[in-house]
Design a protein around this ligand. Structure first.
Ligand SMILES: O=C/C=C/C(C(=O)O)=C(/O)C(=O)O
Ligand SMILES: [Fe+2]
Length: 280
């Protein structure tokens, strides 16, 4: 079993780092942590970085998850290899680029590039962004899935994810007390479907709605409220078509042992209880 503790970071390729930096700082509200060689590191909480843009193809997308220690990483590597996944053992230089002690990389059954990391760095000074979006931290990712049932099995049976809720066969899965850290959404190919940052209050969600509209950032869904986690949300489009979400109030699962996934119908009201509809 692979024991995921939390999501750690997202790495995105972008052919235009200048636009990516402008969006991440002036629109999304992240703090630039470091400018590397053709790399930009951003903070959203007390971690040294939670998002890294590198110059390159926008199809290069990676999600990093934290595991407990080196022993857990070894178990993860052998578990994946036994199942036929090619596993890349990160070099010291690659680990340094990710600000982690060690990591491995592999592809999930859909083909999403995943990294498992040990000891991601924290940062002493607190996160302080130039735009006050009210971000309290990087919280979850939506992952494309070409086969929801197969991929739910991978994340819950090979890894320790537990299903909190389902909308049709879409699954919202937790790896700790937070309602979900991974959402699996149907898509024809691999990719990150959205990147979530939590904000402090509903005011922050609504304030950003006006702010982003003014900046001509395409709003793709919301403001609204998910009946699943209870979160108030806003989804909008960033560079290279990547969708970002702000949300507040994602609930926690009180009793991990006794919680049974709730089944919601695959219908608009299951995505937003206020009646918001996705754009387009
Ligand atoms: O697809 C439904 C989305 C649900 C939630 C939620 O319950 O908070 C998300 O954040 C999400 O997966 O985007
Ligand atoms: Fe989300």
């Amino acid at each position: 079993m692979i024991y995921l503790k939390d999501v750690s970071y997202v790495r995105l390729g972008s052919p235009d780092l200048e636009s990516a930096e402008a969006f991440a700082t002036a629109c999304l509200g992240l703090q630039i942590a470091e400018r590397g060689k053709k790399k930009l590191y951003f903070r959203s909480d007390d971690r040294a970085h939670t998002l890294c843009y590198s110059e390159g193809d926008a199809g290069n997308q990676t999600v990093g998850f934290e595991v407990e220690d080196d022993a857990s990483l070894q178990v993860a590597a052998s578990t994946l290899e036994a199942l036929g996944h090619a596993v890349h053992a990160g070099t010291a230089e690659e680990a340094e680029q990710r600000k982690v002690k060690a990591f491995i990389g592999f592809y999930d059954p859909t083909g999403n590039h995943i990294e498992l990391v040990v000891r991601p760095e924290r940062s002493g000074p607190r996160y302080f962004a130039s735009r006050d979006a009210g971000i309290t931290g990087f919280s979850h990712v939506g992952l494309n899935s070409t086969n929801l049932l197969r991929d739910e099995r991978f994340w819950t049976q090979v890894c320790n994810a537990r299903v909190s809720d389902r909308i049709g066969d879409i699954s919202l899965m937790r790896v700790n007390a937070i309602h979900h850290t991974i959402a699996l959404l149907p898509a024809p190919n691999a990719g990150i479907q959205h990147i979530n940052h939590q904000v402090g209050s509903s005011d922050d969600v609504l304030r950003s709605h006006y702010f982003l509209n003014e900046k001509r950032v395409p709003i793709v869904f919301g403001p609204g409220r998910h009946p699943t986690s209870g979160a108030r949300f806003l989804y909008f489009k960033g560079p290279d078509g990547m969708v970002f979400e702000y949300s507040v109030g994602v609930g926690e699962i009180e009793n991990d042992e006794t919680h049974r996934p709730r089944q919601f119908g695959f219908e608009p009201a299951s995505f937003c209880m206020w009646g918001a509809k996705p754009a387009g």
